[in-house]
Write a protein that binds this ligand. Sequence first.
Ligand SMILES: [Zn+2]
Ligand SMILES: [Zn+2]
Length: 125
Amino acid sequence: MYTGGCLCGNVRYGAIEEPIFPHFCSCHMCQRWSGSAVVAWVDFPRASLTFEGNGELTLYRTCETTQRGFCSVCGSGICALDDGSEYISITIGTLDDPNLMVPESQSFPESAPSWLKIESSRIEA
Ligand SMILES: [Zn+2]
Ligand SMILES: [Zn+2]
């Protein structure tokens, strides 16, 4: 069982099934959305993911095919959902134990700030 939640605790989630594709993304959208130079994501099967909390998860459509979810109270960025996908991307930073996921790749490295150097135990240089 994987669990996580936002900064204030109003949004909590849990998932039973194993996630896939732990990765960094430094696309411009992730940067603006998070306020950070890079976001670490992991994809959980949509069917196995349950959200608790009293409707505090707000969805914002960031492009034609994708919505991003954040806590409407504290602002923590929690998830991204592509329309029709069987997976939901969850921000590794909101997991109760981020050590469980080790990013294995970096998406959109060309969009990252030039000063950013990512080191992960599983990314080949
Ligand atoms: Zn919150
Ligand atoms: Zn991105």
